[in-house]
Design a protein around this ligand. Structure first.
Ligand code: F3S
Length: 780
C-alpha cells in the first residue's frame, strides 16, 4: 500500500527548473552583482512577472524590500478545517472545476481533547459530521487532498509530506511558517488569499524586509530548539517581526534538527513575522529520507549546491548578502526559557523563573503539563521527554500535574507507539490525546475541577498563550516552554521547581535529580505508516461529485455574492460605532464558541464587533440608534451586530470609526466578510493592520485613514457621511483624492482622508469583492 508520506507524487516536488530559470531573470533585472537573501530568491522566483514587479524599482534606484508589490504564484495551498470552510465557499463561488494549484485540507481544529484519542476522536467526528462531510465532498469535487480527522495537525502533516526546500506555500493558519524548517517560504493567510492561489490569480505581498538571525555554537544539555525562538520572542516582542521575514543563518543552523528548525519557524508567528526560513542544511537530508522523500531530496540537492550553475544557488543566500537587521544568538550558552503568562514575548530564563513567580505573585503550583501540538511533537521532542519520564519512573515518581501528550500526526503517533514511547507516557499516568489541535486551540474539556475565572497555571509546549486560548478561562496562565521542561516540571507540579538544579523527594527517601534529557532526532527504523484510514484522498477532481451542504444547516451556508459598488458616490452612510482603543480581528470576529459558525456567514455575523469599546460611553458592544427617536428622546441601545442587522433590514449602509492598527492579530477574513455582509461600506481609522486592510478591500469595504489623527475627534456615532471623490478615484484605478462630507447634529464638516487602494484593489471594490471580479474574469 501507498505510504502516507509518499513523494512519488510529482505535485509534491517544487518546480525547481522553472524556479531556477526565473531566478536567473531576477538577477538580470536587478543586476548580476546583486546579493540576494534566501527569502528573496524563493519569493522572487515565484513572481508572476519579474519585470512587472521589480523593474521599475531598479530603474528608479529604489529599494525593492519594503516597497515593491510582489505578484506571486505560490506552488501549493494548505487549509485547516475551521478556515477551509469559508475558503471553499468562496472558491465555489468562482465556478471553477478544480483548484489551479495542489491543495490540501487537514481536519484538526475541531477535535476536542479530554479523555484520550480513543474516546475523543469519535465523539468529535460525530459532533462535527456535517462540516467534515462538506469539506470531504468539496475536496473530492475539486481535486483537493483531504486529510480526515485524526490524520494529524496541518503543520506537522505538511512538514512530513508537502514542505520542501524552495517551495512557496500559502496556508490558512497563522503557524503555516512551520514549513520554513524545511526551507520553504510558507505564509499564513486568510481564505480569500488562499482562493487567489487556488484560482491561479497572482497573490500580492509587499516585498518584505529581511531580519537575519545568526545562530552560532550548538545546543546542549537541557537547551532545545524551542528555546531559540523563546529567547528571540523576548528580544523582538510580539510586534518586532512585523513586515519582516526571519531568515536564519550562521554555523549554528547546521547543528539543529530539521524538526527543531520547524519549531523555531512555527513560532516566528509570535513576533508578527510574515514567515521564517532556514537554508538547505545537513539535517534536511535525513529528515526527507526518513519521511520517504528521496526523489525530492535528490532534486533539492541539485539546486542547493554549485553543481547546476556556479554563479547561482537557488536554496542558499548569496555570500555577501546584507540583512535589514541582524540578531545573534549563541546556542552554546542558551538556557531554557519560560514565556508567559498571557503573551509569548514575556520571556524569562529558567534560572530566573523562580524569582519571577515570587515577584509577580504567579501561582506556585500548576495543574497540567501539555506536550506535543504542531509546535513540538517531533520524534526528537518526544524521545527527549520520554527519557525524562523513564528517569522519574525509575525513581518511583509519577507526574504531580495532569500530563497530556498530543502527537502531531498519525505518522509520528504510530512511530512513537511502535517504539514504546507512548507506552512509557501512559504508564506514567499521561493521557495521549488525538492527533489534532485539541487544547492548543481551546478544544480542551478540563476535568480537574478548575472553574471559569479561577486563577491557575498550566505549562505547555504550545506556541500561543493568549488569555482563554486553551480552556476558555481568561484566568488560566499558560507558561510556554520546551516539551522537556514541561515534562520535568510536571513531576513537581510546582512553578518554582528548576529541574536543572532542584531535587524531588522519592518513595525510597533518596532525593531525585533529573539528568539532562537525551533523545533521537529521527527513528532508527524510519517513520511508521500508521492507520491507513488516515490516508488522504488522492487529489483528483470529480466534477460530478456533489458538495454536501444542507439547506437547513446552521453551520454552513452557500455564500451569496455581494452587490457591486454603486455607480456614484456613497451617500447617507451612517456611523454605526466609534471604537476606542485596540481593535483586533478577535474584537471584530470573536473566536471560541463562534468557531462553530465559520462556514455560516449570517450566523457568525452575530458576533460582529462584540468586543469593541464605545468611544463615547466606554461600554463594550453597546450601540445607540440615533435614527430611531420615534418613541423617546433617548436613542435606543442594543448590541452592535443587532443594530447593524436592523439597519441592513432597513436598507441603510453604515461605516465604523476606529483608532490605530485596526484589524491587528490573525488574518481572519471573517473580520472583513461580516461587516460587509451586515451592510458596512467604509472603515475610517487612524491606521490599519496591513493584512486586514487588504482583506477589507478584497471584500469590497473601503478602508480610509484620517489625514490627521486628531480628526478622529471630529466624527462620532450617529453622524451621516457622504464620500467625495471616492467613485472617481476607484474608476481611476486608485488615483485621486478623497474627502468625506459629515453631517453632524450641529452642522456639516468636510474631512480629508487618505487611502492605499491600488489599481487592482479598486477593481475589487467596484466589482463588489475580489471574488466577484475573479468570477467575472472566469466567465462564471
Ligand atoms: Fe494551531 Fe495549535 Fe493547531 S498552533 S495548528 S491550533 S496545534
Amino acid at each position: 500500500p501507498k505510504t502516507l508520506a509518499s513523494s512519488d507524487i510529482p505535485s509534491r516536488i517544487p518546480p525547481y527548473k522553472g524556479l531556477f530559470e526565473k531566478l536567473k531573470e531576477v538577477y538580470k533585472v536587478l543586476g548580476k552583482e546583486t546579493q540576494l537573501t534566501l527569502t528573496e530568491k524563493i519569493l522572487y522566483s515565484h513572481l508572476d512577472s519579474v519585470e512587472e514587479s521589480l523593474l521599475s524599482y531598479t530603474q528608479n534606484g529604489k529599494e525593492v524590500r519594503g516597497n515593491a508589490t510582489l505578484k506571486l504564484k505560490p506552488d501549493r495551498v494548505a487549509m485547516q478545517d475551521a478556515s477551509a470552510q469559508m475558503a471553499l465557499l468562496q472558491f465555489m463561488s468562482c465556478g471553477l472545476p478544480s483548484t489551479a494549484v495542489p491543495t490540501s485540507i487537514h481536519c484538526d481544529h475541531m477535535i476536542v481533547g479530554e479523555r484520550g484519542a480513543d474516546i475523543d476522536l469519535p465523539a468529535s467526528i460525530t459532533g462535527n459530521k456535517e462540516v467534515f462531510d462538506f469539506l470531504e465532498s468539496a475536496a473530492q469535487k475539486y481535486g483537493i487532498e483531504f486529510w480526515p480527522p485524526g490524520a494529524g495537525i496541518i503543520h506537522q502533516t505538511v512538514l512530513e509530506n508537502y514542505a520542501a526546500p524552495g517551495l512557496m506555500m500559502l496556508g490558512t493558519d497563522s503557524h503555516t511558517p512551520n514549513a520554513g524548517g524545511l526551507g520553504a517560504i510558507a505564509i499564513g493567510v486568510g481564505g480569500a488569499d488562499a482562493v487567489d492561489a487556488m484560482v491561479d490569480a497572482p497573490w500580492e505581498l509587499k516585498a518584505p524586509r529581511i531580519l537575519g538571525v545568526k545562530l552560532e555554537g550548538h545546543l546542549s544539555g537541557w537547551a532545545a530548539p524551542k528555546d531559540v525562538i523563546m529567547k528571540l520572542a523576548g528580544l523582538l516582542t510580539v510586534r518586532g517581526g512585523t513586515g519582516f521575514v526571519i531568515e536564519y543563518f550562521g554555523a549554528g543552523v547546521d547543528t539543529i534538527s530539521c524538526t527543531g528548525m520547524a519549531t523555531i519557524a512555527n513560532m516566528g508567528a509570535e513576533v508578527g513575522a510574515t514567515t521564517s526560513i532556514f537554508p538547505f542544511t545537513q539535517s534536511m537530508g535525513p529528515y526527507l529520507r526518513s519521511t520517504h522523500r528521496i526523489p525530492l531530496l535528490r532534486k533539492a540537492s541539485n539546486y542547493a549546491g554549485n553543481n547546476r550553475d556556479k554563479a547561482i544557488q537557488l536554496l542558499r543566500a548569496d555570500p555577501e548578502v546584507i540583512y535589514d537587521e541582524v540578531v545573534s544568538i549563541d546556542l552554546s550558552s542558551l538556557e531554557p526559557h519560560i514565556n508567559g503568562p498571557f503573551t509569548p514575548d514575556l520571556s524569562t530564563p529558567l534560572s530566573q523563573f523562580k524569582d519571577a513567580v515570587k515577584t509577580n505573585e504567579w501561582p506556585e503550583s500548576f495543574g497540567a503539563g501539555l506536550i506535543g501540538s504542531c509546535t513540538n511533537s517531533s520524534y526528537e521532542d518526544m524521545t527527549r521527554s520520554e527519557d525524562l519520564v523513564k528517569q522519574a519512573s525509575a525513581a518511583g515518581l509519577k507526574p504531580k500535574a495532569d500530563f497530556f501528550i498530543t502527537p502531531g500526526s498519525e505518522q509520528i503517533r504510530a512511530t512513537l507507539a511502535r517504539d514504546s514511547t507512548l507506552e512509557t507516557f501512559s504508564s506514567a499516568g499521561g493521557t495521549v490525546l488525538a492527533n489534532a489541535c485539541g487544547p492548543c486551540i481551546g478544544q480542551w474539556k478540563r476535568t480537574d475541577g478548575v472553574s471559569k475565572g479561577e486563577t491557575n497555571a498550566i505549562f505547555s509546549s504550545y506556541n500561543r498563550n493568549f488569555k482563554g486560548r486553551n480552556d476558555g478561562n481568561p484566568s488560566t496562565m499558560n507558561f510556554l516552554a520546551s516539551p522537556e521542561i514541561v515534562t520535568a516540571m510536571s513531576y513537581a507540579g510546582s512553578t518554582t521547581f528548576n529541574p536543572l538544579t532542584d531535587t524531588l523527594p522519592t518513595p525510597s527517601g533518596n532525593p531525585f535529580q533529573f539528568s539532562p534529557p537525551s533523545g533521537l532526532d529521527l527513528p532508527f527504523a524510519g517513520f511508521a505508516q500508521g492507520n491507513l484510514e488516515f490516508t488522504p484522498t488522492p487529489g483528483v477532481p470529480s466534477p460530478d461529485h456533489a458538495v454536501i451542504i444542507s439547506p437547513t444547516s446552521d453551520r454552513l451556508a452557500v455564500l451569496e455574492s455581494f452587490a457591486p459598488f454603486p455607480t456614484g458616490e456613497l451617500e447617507g452612510l451612517r456611523v454605526l460605532y466609534k471604537i476606542k482603543g485596540q481593535c483586533t480581528t478577535d474584537t471584530i470576529s470573536a473566536a471560541g464558541p463562534w468557531l462553530k459558525y465559520k462556514g455560516h456567514l449570517p450566523n457568525i455575523s452575530a458576533n460582529t464587533l462584540i468586543g469593541a469599546v464605545n468611544a463615547e460611553t466606554g461600554e463594550t458592544n453597546v450601540a445607540y440608534d440615533h435614527f430611531d427617536l420615534a418613541e423617546s428622546s433617548e436613542p435606543p441601545k442594543s448590541g452592535i451586530p443587532q443594530l447593524a442587522e436592523k439597519w441592513k433590514r432597513q436598507g441603510k449602509e453604515w461605516m465604523v470609526v476606529a483608532e490605530s492598527n485596526y484589524g491587528e492579530g490573525s488574518a481572519r477574513e471573517h473580520a472583513a466578510l461580516q461587516p460587509r455582509y451586515l451592510g458596512g461600506r467604509v472603515i475610517l481609522a487612524k491606521s490599519f493592520a496591513r493584512i486586514h486592510e487588504t482583506n477589507l478591500k478584497k471584500q469590497g469595504i473601503v478602508p480610509l485613514v484620517f489625514e490627521s489623527e486628531g480628526d478622529y475627534e471630529r466624527i462620532r456615532a450617529g453622524d451621516v457621511v457622504s464620500t467625495l471623490g471616492l467613485y472617481e478615484m476607484l474608476q481611476n484605478g486608485g488615483r485621486g483624492e478623497v474627502s468625506l462630507k459629515i453631517e453632524k447634529r450641529e452642522g456639516e464638516e468636510i474631512l480629508k482622508v487618505r487611502h492605499t487602494i491600488s489599481k487592482g484593489q479598486a477593481g475589487f471594490i467596484l466589482a463588489g469583492s475580489a471574488l466577484n471580479l475573479l468570477a467575472k474574469q472566469e466567465g462564471a
